[in-house]
Write a protein that binds this ligand. Structure first.
Ligand SMILES: Nc1ncnc2c1ncn2[C@@H]1O[C@H](COP(=O)(O)OP(=O)(O)OP(=O)(O)O)[C@@H](O)[C@H]1O
Length: 377
C-alpha cells in the first residue's frame, strides 16, 4: 500500500471568508517543498460539479494583492468511512500525463445543526479543456477528431496507465471528462483519482464504481477478481467515442450496458477461450469480429481496427496491457513523424515529448522499450 506522507496537521483550518471574497488559510502545504505556510485563497467560477466534490478556478496569494494562478481547487468531504488514494497518488506520483498537485489544505464548515464537516482541498494546475469538451467541439461543428489527435491522446493515457498499473493502482473512473488536454500542444493528463484503488490479494474489492458507459464487463458482472485492466476497457470506450463523437456503449443499467457491448463484441463467451483451440477457428473468430468492427468504425485503417480488437476484449486476461498497446503499430504515426496540426491552426507544431521515459517507466516497459521508442532515438 502507498503510504501517505503526513505533511499537514490533524486539526483542520477554519475557513474565514473576507469581504473581498477571498479567505485565509493557516496551513497550506506546498507539494514542492512539503512546507506549510499561510495564504489567501480566492475562488472564481465553478469548473466541475462531480459526484464527490466541486472544482473551482482559484488564485492564491501571500499578501492578498499579488495573486498566483489560475489553479483548480477540488474540494471533497473528508470521510472517515471512505478511504481515498487521491491525495497519496497526487502527491507521490509525478508524471507528465497526470495532473500536477501544487498545494493541499484542509478546511471545515459548521452545518445549520451545528455539525462539523471536514474537507480536503486539492490545489492543482488548471487545465481548462477536457477530452470530453474537445470531442463535443469537433462533432458539434460537423468535424471529426483527426486520427493523429486520437493517437496522441491515447498514447499519453496509456503512458499514465503504465505507471499507475506498474504500482497495481487502477484509476477506476477513466472517461473523457477526466482527461484534461491542452489542444494547442497536444498534451493529455489524467485527473480525478477519487475512485483509484490499489489492488492486492486479500482486499475486499468493491465492484460498483466507474461511470457506466466506460465500465468493464467484469465490473458489470460483479466479478471480484478484476485487475487494473478495467482501465484498458475504459480506454477502449474513450477511443470509440473519439472516433464516433458519442459514447460507444450507452446502456441504461448494467444489463443493458452488457447488451450494447454484445452488439459489437458478440455474446459473452460461456467459457474462457483457449489457446489450444484450432488456429483456424481462432482465425475465423478474429475475422468475424474484424468485420463487425469495420462496420462500426468504417473509416479507420485496418491496423487501427486490429488495435481496437486488442483493447475491447471481454476476457481481461487476454485484453492487451499498456506496454503491449504502446508497442502496437497503431502508434507508428507518432514514432515516425514529429509534427501535428492543432485545432484551428494551419501551422504544424511539434508533438509533445512522448518517449522521455523515466527509469520507473523503462522498468515497467521491459523488453517493449526498444519497440516503443522511435527508430532514431
Ligand atoms: N486540474 C483541473 N483543471 C481543470 N479542470 C479540472 C481539473 N480537475 C478537474 N477538473 C474538472 O472538474 C471535473 C470534476 O473533477 P473530478 O472528476 O476530479 O471530480 P469528481 O467529483 O470525482 O467528478 P466525477 O463525479 O465527474 O468523476 C473534471 O471532470 C474536470 O472537467
Amino acid at each position: 500500500m502507498l503510504k501517505a506522507k503526513k505533511v499537514f496537521g490533524n486539526i483542520p483550518n477554519r475557513m474565514t471568508k473576507s469581504e473581498n471574497k477571498h479567505y485565509f488559510i493557516d496551513d497550506i502545504v506546498s507539494i514542492k517543498n512539503r512546507q506549510k505556510s499561510k495564504m489567501y485563497v480566492k475562488e472564481g467560477k465553478r469548473i466541475g460539479y462531480g459526484s464527490f466534490g466541486t472544482v473551482t478556478e482559484s488564485y492564491l496569494s501571500n499578501n492578498s494583492t499579488e495573486w498566483l494562478g489560475p489553479y483548480a481547487i477540488k474540494r471533497v468531504v473528508k470521510s472517515p468511512r471512505v478511504e481515498s488514494l487521491e491525495l497519496e497518488i497526487l502527491q507521490n506520483i509525478k508524471h507528465p500525463n497526470l495532473v500536477t498537485l501544487e498545494f493541499f489544505f484542509e478546511s471545515q464548515y459548521i452545518t445549520k445543526d451545528g455539525g462539523q464537516v471536514h474537507q480536503k482541498n486539492f490545489v492543482m494546475e488548471y487545465i481548462p479543456q477536457t477530452l470530453g469538451s474537445e470531442i463535443h467541439q469537433y462533432f458539434d461543428n460537423g468535424y471529426e477528431l483527426p486520427t493523429k489527435h486520437i493517437k496522441l491522446y491515447t498514447f499519453q493515457i496509456l503512458r499514465a496507465l503504465l505507471t499507475l498499473h506498474s504500482m497495481n493502482i487502477c484509476h477506476g473512473d477513466l472517461k473523457p471528462s477526466n482527461v484534461l488536454i491542452i489542444p494547442s500542444s497536444g498534451i493529455a493528463k489524467l485527473c480525478d483519482f477519487g475512485s483509484a484503488q490499489q489492488l492486492g490479494d486479500n482486499e475486499d474489492l468493491k465492484t460498483y464504481f466507474c461511470s457506466r458507459f466506460y465500465r468493464a464487463p467484469e465490473l458489470l458482472l460483479n466479478l471480484k477478481n478484476y485487475t487494473t485492466q478495467i482501465d484498458i476497457w475504459s480506454l477502449g470506450c474513450i477511443i470509440g467515442e473519439m472516433i464516433k463523437g458519442q459514447p460507444l456503449f450507452k446502456g441504461d443499467n448494467a444489463k443493458s450496458q452488457l447488451e450494447k457491448i454484445a452488439i459489437l463484441l458478440g455474446r459473452l463467451p460461456e467459457s474462457k477461450s483457449s489457446s489450444n483451440e484450432p488456429q483456424e477457428s481462432q482465425r475465423n473468430l478474429y475475422d468475424q469480429k474484424f468485420k463487425k468492427f469495420m462496420h462500426c468504425f468504417p473509416y479507420i485503417e485496418f491496423f487501427d481496427v486490429d488495435f481496437l480488437l486488442k483493447v475491447l476484449v471481454y476476457d481481461f486476461a487476454e485484453r492487451w496491457d499498456a506496454k503491449q498497446l504502446m508497442a502496437h503499430e497503431f502508434f507508428d504515426a507518432l514514432r515516425n513523424e514529429t509534427y501535428f496540426l492543432p485545432r484551428g491552426s494551419n501551422m504544424p507544431v511539434h508533438l509533445p515529448e512522448l518517449f522521455n521515459f523515466s527509469a520507473l517507466e523503462k522498468r515497467a516497459l521491459g523488453e517493449y522499450y526498444n519497440v516503443i521508442i522511435p527508430p532514431s532515438d
